[in-house]
Design a binder for this molecule. Structure first.
Ligand code: NAD
Ligand code: GLY
Length: 383
């Protein structure tokens, strides 16, 4: 008698989970799960009627393009592979992308697929917003940061040499497909940078999630798939709720709170020519600084600031301003932030852990002191 067939034991991936960003006729689904990128059934219903073009970058293409090609099939009209990195998120790259769209004669019925991290997503989204006054696009985020933040909510942009994300538009994707499996190939630094944006959601509005993240920091650091899927899902649920309430970051609206740490962070990125910090790393420093300023205002206590710094550190994130940077230069850059009003810097600060506010309720001296103290702490250490 033939021996029984040996069936290898495998833990089946959990079924995909979905969320809706409720925006009336522009509502769309976020689908989160494992093995989704190569699944034609996951993508096909969202591809629209016209030609499909894929935009990706030179790191992501060799890893995931074949999988996507298989899922898109014959509808694929072109693939454009962008150079890698934040320093290419600019008008020159965008102009080259428009050339590709001209050559491909992409019509208004077409759909662009953004396969990659936030840089690919932001540039592709802006091209989609402006090409023939707007075509559909789908986000296929492959970094943690993009899965939990940049792929959701319709902010699209490129950088100006003197200001981050200064040229952009709101243009919602038609669908977001977050395949958790892609996170396995992310370099450790990029992965940690994404965790910074995950932490943000707990700090600004979800104390329960913050506590969950504290408890599961080690497992998340080890990229345990079940934890990751839960973290991406809960982050997207938070973001979807905020975007539904305040799509265009209106005055007094809640969306501005998603920028916890970002005014500091954008200044750090700009001051260092977009080369020293990853975006999420700059945000991590910014969140630590925002917590410190909140403490100086008497809103949170020193133990909470120390706990946050400790958590950021355990997740492999920086918390201090490099000593080589000048506080006055950073403050000047912060003044140019989109949230400034009447020349006054406004910052997202923490009333308590799990509750944030947008405020200019601090003095220039307090802000300067927070930056100076951080630079002093950084000294020669890693920042
Ligand atoms: P990124 O797009 O530069 O990707 C990071 C790096 O990881 C790149 O080198 C990329 O090639 C590589 N990569 C991507 N996926 C990979 C994978 N699965 N395996 C291995 N390598 C992979 O950066 P990011 O951190 O994803 O995004 C940062 C950008 O997002 C910034 O420009 C920021 O301004 C923007 N952003 C936008 C929003 C928004 O709402 N639109 C929100 C947050 C951030
Ligand atoms: N990442 C900030 C926002 O989407 O509003």
């Amino acid at each position: 008698m033939a021996p029984p067939a040996v069936i290898p034991f495998q833990i089946p991936p959990m079924p995909a989970r979905s969320l809706t960003v409720e925006l009336g006729e522009r509502s769309y689904t976020i689908c989160i799960g494992r093995g989704l990128l190569g699944d034609p059934q996951a993508l096909a219903p969202h591809l629209g009627r016209g030609a499909v073009g894929v935009v990706t970058d030179a790191t992501v293409a060799p890893l995931y393009l074949d999988r996507l090609r298989g899922a898109v099939g014959e509808r694929l009209a072109f693939v454009e592979v962008l150079p890698v990195g934040e320093e290419h998120k600019n008008l020159a790259t965008l102009a080259r992308l428009y050339d590709v769209l001209i050559d491909a004669r992409l019509e208004r019925s077409g759909t662009l697929l953004a396969l990659g991290g936030g840089v690919v997503g932001d540039i592709t989204g802006f091209a989609a917003a402006t090409w023939q006054r707007g075509v559909r696009f789908i986000q296929l985020p492959t970094t943690l940061l993009a899965q939990v933040d940049s792929s959701v909510g319709g902010k699209t942009a490129v950088n100006h040499p003197r200001g981050k994300n200064m040229i952009g538009a709101f243009h919602q994707p038609a669908f977001v497909l977050a395949d958790i499996d892609t996170l396995r190939t992310l370099p450790a630094r990029e992965y940690a940078a994404g965790l910074a944006e995950v932490l943000k959601y707990g700090l600004i509005g979800d104390r329960e999630f913050h506590d969950w993240l504290q408890r599961h920091a080690a497992g998340l650091g080890a990229r345990e798939p079940e934890l990751l899927e839960e973290a991406v899902y809960r982050s997207c649920a938070n973001k979807a709720r905020v975007v539904a309430a305040d799509e265009r970051e209106g005055e007094g609206g809640v969306r501005a709170l998603l920028n916890l740490g970002h005014t500091f962070g954008h200044a750090l990125e700009t001051a260092t020519g977009y080369r020293h910090f990853l975006h999420g790393e700059a945000v991590a420093v910014g969140m630590a600084l925002a917590a410190e300023l909140s403490q100086r205002l008497g809103w949170i206590d020193a133990a909470e600031v120390a706990e946050l710094r400790g958590l950021l550190g355990r997740l492999g994130l920086p918390t201090e301003v490099p000593a080589s940077l000048d506080s006055a230069t950073l403050i000047e850059l912060m003044r140019g932030d989109k949230k400034s009003a009447g020349g006054r810097i406004r910052l997202v600060l923490l009333r308590r852990i799990g509750e944030a506010c947008l405020t200019s309720d601090f003095t220039p001296a307090q802000l300067q002191a927070v930056l100076d103290d951080s630079r002093a702490r950084a000294g020669g250490a890693r920042a």
